[in-house]
Write a protein that binds this ligand. Structure first.
Ligand code: ZN
Length: 227
C-alpha cells in the first residue's frame, strides 16, 4: 500500500492553514527552494478528476487505491494543487504514477510569487471538488491537515515546516535501533501463551536468519507468539 509523499522536494511552507486566505481550511502554500518554479510530484498513484482553468489552474488528483496516512488512517486520498501557469499537458482521467513530476509551482490566479497551493482531503474525490467556506474561500471537500496525510522522505529538504510535525518515511536499510525501539509494543500488548497450552499447538513457520525488521499483518483477535 502506498504512503502519500509530500509533493515538493524542498519544503518551504510560506503560508500555513487557518490564516489569511487559508482561514477555515487546511490549505498550505509551498514555495520550494527559492523564487523559481519547481516541480510538484504526485504523492500517490492516482487519476486526475478535475481541472479548473478559470481561476488558478487547480487540479484534483484522487488516489487509485486506499493509501496509508501517517496518522494511521487507511483510505483513499484526494489532493488539490493550484497556481501552475500551464496545465495544458493534463487532462481529466489521466493516470499519474506516484512520484511523477506532473504539476509545477506558478503564479496563476491569486498569487504574488511562484508557489504551489496544496490541500489534502480524506476519501475519494467529491464533486464538485470544493465548496465555499464561511469566509467565502473555496476549499476542498473533507479537507484534512497535511501532516496527517503526507509523509516526508529522508531526502526531503525541510527549509520551513511551519511547525507541523510531518512523519518521516524511513527506508528499511536505514532503520536505527531507536526506530526499532519505537516499533516495540507496549508491555500491555504482549500476550503470552498460558502454561496449560502445549507448545505442540504452535507451529514454527519461520526462523530468523539475521537481525532485521519484520512486518506482519494481524487481524483483530489474532495472537502472534515469538520465541
Ligand atoms: Zn494558498
Amino acid at each position: 500500500m502506498e504512503k502519500p509523499i509530500y509533493p515538493c522536494k524542498n519544503m518551504r511552507i510560506t503560508q500555513g492553514y487557518g490564516t489569511g486566505t487559508h482561514v477555515n481550511s487546511y490549505a498550505i502554500d509551498d514555495a520550494g527552494l527559492n523564487t523559481g518554479i519547481e516541480e510538484i510530484y504526485a504523492p500517490f498513484t492516482g487519476t486526475i478528476k478535475k481541472i479548473y482553468t478559470q481561476d488558478a489552474n487547480e487540479v484534483w488528483l484522487e488516489s487509485d487505491n486506499p493509501v496509508e496516512y501517517p496518522d494511521g488512517t487507511i483510505d483513499y486520498m484526494t489532493i488539490l494543487f493550484a497556481h501552475a501557469n500551464d496545465v495544458s499537458n493534463l487532462y481529466v482521467g489521466q493516470k499519474i504514477i506516484q512520484n511523477t513530476a506532473f504539476y509545477k509551482e506558478g503564479t496563476a490566479g491569486n498569487a504574488t510569487g511562484n508557489h504551489c497551493h496544496i490541500e489534502c482531503a480524506k476519501g475519494k474525490y467529491q464533486s464538485p471538488g470544493w465548496k465555499a467556506n464561511n469566509e467565502g474561500y473555496y476549499v476542498i471537500i473533507n479537507g484534512k491537515k497535511p501532516e496527517e496525510c503526507l509523509w516526508i522522505e529522508e531526502t526531503t529538504n525541510v527549509i520551513n515546516n511551519n511547525g507541523y510535525a510531518f512523519k518521516k518515511l524511513i527506508k528499511k536499510e536505514n532503520v536505527t535501533e531507536d526506530d526499532i525501539e519505537q516499533l516495540k509494543p507496549l508491555p500491555d500488548d504482549i500476550t503470552k501463551p498460558t502454561t496449560e497450552e502445549s507448545t505442540d499447538d504452535f507451529k514454527l513457520i519461520y526462523t530468523c536468519l539475521k537481525d532485521d525488521l519484520y512486518g506482519i499483518y494481524l487481524k483483530k483477535g489474532q495472537t502472534l507468539y515469538l520465541k
